[in-house]
Design a protein around this ligand. Structure first.
Ligand code: M6R
Length: 623
């Protein structure tokens, strides 16, 4: 979703902003823009353009880009189409100020009406311009009424204006009369401040900052920071309480956000999965006793061991991980698990009490629906835990405890390593809860821990099949529809395989529990229809074989994911991809790999932008 980058210091701001915007491209956007206070210190120059950052660069050409303070933005359209006027930055009506904004101002139309009555004429359709004009209006009113104008007038105007706002925002505002400082504020949308030597960087996430400094502040909700290159950072809440800055060390490396020799981030991230799972497991399984230690959860173990049910809330791929979690936790720990779309949970008047444990799963930790659903769970007294990838993200701050996935930055919009590390954490949860509730005997427990430790090496074996999967992709790249089938723990894999294909190749794909096929989707099957079936051993294998026969009898073209050594499915399916033998609970971590690769190759062969698929955003910070 929208991306913010800003710089104030003594370097030229322009290259920092452009590079920052390029680093933020992965978030998903459809227009981009920058504004700089020019060196003569008297004007703000703004460049914005629909399309990609490369279109913006072409548009700017040789125009003036001097200045050592500026703001940049990638916009993912919500209010109004992605055109030049709606792009950010948005200037105040008199051109004195300029603002970039992420999030949604929910009461923008009532604010707009009031401002229009005061004579403001809006150029764009956006809620962001309303916020800019609101700040300007408060500033002008204050200026008129103020007998003794102190240096804090603009700071206070921003603060006061933000008190009027309902909704979410991360903003940076510049004032053409002050090239030494700008202001940043957030509520519900992430914002990171990077501290350099007499310079500050601001961004929606750490990726544009990482190469300049490792000292960062994660601004908290309803905080406004004044960032003056000659002073220490100053933070106030919107109700005017001074706050001290919590400076943290950024643990990411620049390599982690670059392609490292791969053609695409998605491919790099698929191939990183053995390493990311090792990182997820690191330090969490005692090598001598096999006991699982989850630091962020252990304080709540007594509640977990007597819980009647867990509720998992998530969206998209994280919801699919949650569905796998349901199978794992119910099977191993015998706790009732309900998995809900966060967007449905938040509006359905959910039954949730202080007896419940609500687990939010989110790669970004910023998904608006998941955050809102969590708030409802908290209001009703439930214990809330998070499974997140991004350290310090909003969900990690909202929950009482939880576990990081440690997948490292995931830049490709289509989730791959974030998903498998979420499933790994859920396996750790299921096994730990089974220990607490004594539902799995020691022998089976130790066996499962060994199986879990063997996953990275087994994923490597599946990754070795990349070339043959590419050949299969070539045969199916022109299909218009796909059906994915699986049972048990592999039913969510069917859903996830279908989601991967549709989001990056734009081929329509559906995932179904294999047995449901004859209740409807079987009507779709003909010689044109490719069907991907997960038919691994031990997971209702015979039943899936029957489903495969039903498909074949109707002429469907079959790609099957099978266990190595399989002969039965091989004799029926058109193409088989073998994954190593493993315990049933572990299969999803292996069976998803060929499906990720299949989607990647098909999308590439169709000329799609695999890392930044159309219309999609990496971090969905609006509902
Ligand atoms: O950051 P989150 O895990 O909360 O994001 C949830 C979904 O938006 C996300 O998984 C989305 O479905 C991905 N594009 C899937 O590849």
């Amino acid at each position: 979703m929208c991306g913010i980058v800003a710089y104030v210091g003594s370097r030229r701001a322009y290259p920092i902003l452009i590079k920052g915007l390029q680093r933020l491209e992965y978030r998903g956007y459809d227009s981009a823009g920058i504004a700089l206070i020019t060196d003569d210190n008297n004007s703000i120059v703004t460049y914005k353009q629909a399309g990609k950052v490369s279109d913006l660069l072409e548009f700017i050409g040789d125009n003036d880009t001097n200045g050592s303070i500026g703001i940049g933005h990638t916009r993912w359209a919500t209010h109004g189409p992605p055109n030049q006027i709606n792009s950010h930055p948005h200037s105040s009506s008199d051109g004195s100020f300029s603002l970039i904004h992420n999030g949604i101002i929910e009461n923008y139309s009532s604010l707009k009406k009031v401002l229009e009555e005061k004579g403001y004429i809006f150029k764009s359709d956006t809620d962001s311009e309303v916020l800019m004009y609101l700040i300007e209006c408060v500033y002008k009113t204050q200026l008129k009424e103020s007998k003794d104008i102190c240096g804090d007038l603009f700071y206070d105007s921003i603060r006061i204006a933000l008190n009027e706002v309902v909704g979410a925002y991360a903003i940076v505002v510049i004032d053409k009369n002050n090239s030494e400082e700008f202001y940043a504020a957030r509520k519900g949308s992430p914002l990171v401040i990077g501290i350099g030597n007499n310079e500050f960087f601001v961004a929606s996430d750490a990726s544009p900052i990482i190469e300049y400094t490792d000292k960062v502040i994660y601004l908290k909700d309803e905080e406004v920071a004044r960032l003056n290159k000659n002073q220490e950072v100053e933070i106030k809440t919107i109700d005017n309480k001074k706050k001290s800055a919590d400076i943290q060390k950024l643990e990411q490396s620049i390599e982690s956000i670059e392609k490292g020799g791969y053609d695409h981030f998605m491919l790099k991230e698929i191939f990183e999965q053995p390493k990311s799972i090792i990182d997820t497991l690191r330090g969490r399984i005692n090598p001598k006793t096999n006991d699982i230690v989850l630091g962020g959860v252990k304080d709540y173990e007594s509640k977990i061991s007597t819980a009647d049910r867990l509720i998992i809330i998530a969206c998209g791929t994280s919801w699919h991980a949650g569905l796998i979690g349901e199978y794992l936790i119910e099977d191993l720990a015998r706790i009732n698990v309900e998995v809900e779309y966060a967007s449905e949970f938040r509006y359905k008047n959910p039954i949730v009490t202080n007896k419940d444990i609500v687990i939010a799963i989110s790669q970004s930790g910023e998904t608006a629906d998941t955050l809102a659903a969590l708030e409802i769970a908290k209001e009703n007294g439930a214990l809330t835990l998070g499974i997140c990838n991004v350290v310090g993200s909003s969900i990690t701050r909202t929950t009482s405890g939880g576990t990081y996935t440690h997948a490292g930055p995931e830049i490709g919009v289509a989730s791959t390593k974030a998903f498998t590390t979420q499933v790994t954490v859920l396996l750790l949860f299921a096994l730990r809860f089974s220990q607490l509730r004594k539902t799995v005997d020691r022998e089976n427990y130790d066996f499962l821990i060994n199986e879990l430790n063997a996953v990275p090496e087994r994923i490597n074996q599946v990754l070795n099949l990349n070339d043959s999967i590419e050949k299969i992709a070539l045969k199916f790249k022109d299909a218009s529809n796909f059906l994915y089938l699986g049972r048990g723990v592999n039913f969510p894999i069917a859903l996830e395989g279908a989601l991967k294909l549709k989001e990056i190749s734009y081929i329509h794909a559906e995932g179904y529990p294999a047995a449901e096929m004859k209740h409807g989707p079987i009507a779709l099957i003909d010689e044109e229809m490719p069907i991907v079936v997960i038919a691994t051993r031990k997971d209702n294998y015979e039943k899936v074989v029957s489903n495969i026969q039903e498909v074949k009898a109707r002429g469907g073209r079959l790609i099957a994911i099978v266990t190595e050594g399989d002969t039965e499915v091989k004799s029926i399916a058109d193409h088989c991809i073998e994954i190593p033998k493993c315990f049933r609970e572990i299969t999803p971590l292996l069976s998803i790999i060929p499906l990720q690769l299949l989607s990647y190759h098909i999308a590439l062969m169709r000329g799609c932008n695999v890392d930044q698929p159309r219309n999609l955003a990496k971090s969905v910070t609006v509902e």
